[in-house]
Write a protein that binds this ligand. Structure first.
Ligand code: ADP
Ligand code: ASP
Ligand code: MG
Length: 415
């Protein structure tokens, strides 16, 4: 079997953890598998590197920031290789570039466009455990090192598993699977045995950072079997499976939250064709991912447009819009980063009315004010004050009976 194992930051947080990861990889090798290990940077070191960069420059050049951040994963890969040697096995560590992870040239959120895993296959052929630095690649056009966005090691792992036709991609983290809500803020959250690609995509896109959204897209498109599990135990985790293998089709399957976005409000925009297009084309040109968009009903020929963007892109978005001030003649543009998004996800929502009203009722009872709403066929998201996020998650989770001890009929088998 070919096994890809990915270990996140907390799984390699210190040298003892690195040793225990080495023992796990060695065990998989002793069992006769070809083993490829993808590692994240140790503990919170990516955050620390980002802070150091920002101490020097408020908006560091993307090329240099990527150069800096890729160093985090290099440290863990080399230490892990040493620890595996101590376990009596041989290991070869590779940077993303050496491993053949080819990306586009967008710094900070590059997309993998090709994988040329020749060196990995050669090292596996030589009987070595292969270690690959997660979260990074290289652009063929610019020849520069890139990073894949926060949480990107998940995507490195799934993409490598696809390229190597691995039998399983194990994502080792600090929780033992995908829960019905983030167990850190929702004590009654329940671990799920399986979750479908579709649901996992919506959960990840809504902020459940246990898997990076692109890793789920990759797993779905290339049919990679993903097993999310804990590096701190041997318990089975959660399998991320195609729709047809997901037996327990719940009306709602989970609640996700995201406090990584900011709200931008453009006030007093002329209510005429082309204005929204102008604003959002400019943001797209800057590679800013706009999430929720709300346009108010106009009064006196003007309207307000509000949208959310990742906090990290907030300043760039403000700058871009301010540059349009004379052309569009709007009133003012303001940013608010004290917000959080709470989303309810479930494939069964498509056919069950009343889910939205149930969610809004639960929030009202918890005294949480809703500032924005958006929906897809299998998701309802609201923007609330950041401080209200835990209460909102718990209230919605409880309303739909998602908890470990709840037995309401919100989860039912619809085949
Ligand atoms: P790693 O460093 O291993 O990549 P992350 O911090 O990126 O770990 O992801 C794991 C974290 O995701 C957990 O500690 C948990 O707080 C959070 N999380 C959010 N939503 C969920 C969920 N639905 N199920 C499990 N964990 C979740
Ligand atoms: N080290 C990177 C981050 O903290 C990538 C990852 O952990 O997946 O986002
Ligand atoms: Mg992660």
């Amino acid at each position: 079997m070919i096994v890809v194992q990915k270990y996140g930051g907390s799984s390699v947080a210190d040298t003892d953890r690195v040793k225990s990861v080495a023992a796990r990889a060695a065990k998989a090798r002793r069992e006769g598998n070809d083993v490829v290990v993808v590692v994240s940077a140790m503990g919170k070191s990516t955050d620390q590197l980002i802070n150091q960069a920002h101490d020097i420059a408020p908006e560091p050049p993307g090329r240099e920031l990527d150069m800096l951040l890729t160093a985090g994963e290099r440290i863990s890969m080399a230490l892990l290789a040493m620890a595996i040697h101590e376990e009596g096995h041989t290991a070869r560590s590779f940077t993303g570039s050496q491993a053949g992870i080819i990306t586009d040239a967008v710094h900070g959120k590059a997309r993998i466009i090709d994988i040329t895993p020749g060196r990995i296959q050669e090292a596996l052929g030589g009987g070595h455990i292969v270690i690959v630095a997660g979260f990074q690649g290289v652009s063929r056009d610019s020849k520069d090192v890139t990073t894949l966005g926060r949480g990107g090691s998940d995507t490195t792992a799934v993409a490598l598993a696809a390229a190597l036709d691995a039998d399983v991609c194990e994502i080792y983290t600090d929780v033992d699977g995908v829960y019905t809500a983030d167990p850190r803020i929702c004590p009654t959250a329940r671990k799920q045995d399986t979750v479908s690609h579709e649901e996992m995509l919506e959960l990840a896109a809504s902020g459940a950072k246990v898997l990076q959204v692109r890793s789920v897209e990759y797993a779905r498109n290339h049919r990679v079997p993903v097993h999310v599990r804990s590096s701190f135990s041997w318990a089975d985790g959660t399998l991320v499976v195609p729709e047809e293998d997901h037996m327990e089709q719940a009306i709602v399957s989970g609640v996700a939250h995201d406090t990584g976005e900011a709200k931008v409000v453009v006030r007093g925009v002329a209510d005429q064709p082309g204005v929204a297009s102008r604003i959002f084309t400019d943001l797209a040109d800057e590679a800013i991912n706009v999430d929720m968009i709300v346009q108010n009903v106009s009064a006196d020929g003007t309207t307000d447009i509000s949208f959310t963007v990742p906090k990290a892109d907030g300043n760039a978005a403000m700058r871009r819009i301010q540059a349009l001030a004379t052309e569009l003649g709007f009133g003012e543009v303001v940013m608010d980063d004290d917000i959080g998004k709470v989303s309810l996800v479930g494939a069964g929502m498509k056919t069950h009315p009343g889910v939205a009203s149930g969610m809004f009722e639960a929030l009202a009872e918890a005294g949480v004010n809703i500032e924005m709403i958006s929906t897809s066929t299998i998701r309802i998201s609201v923007v609330v004050r950041e401080a209200d996020v835990p209460a909102a998650v718990q209230a919605v989770h409880e309303r739909f009976g998602l908890g470990a001890s709840d037995t309401t009929d919100a989860r039912e088998v619809t085949s």
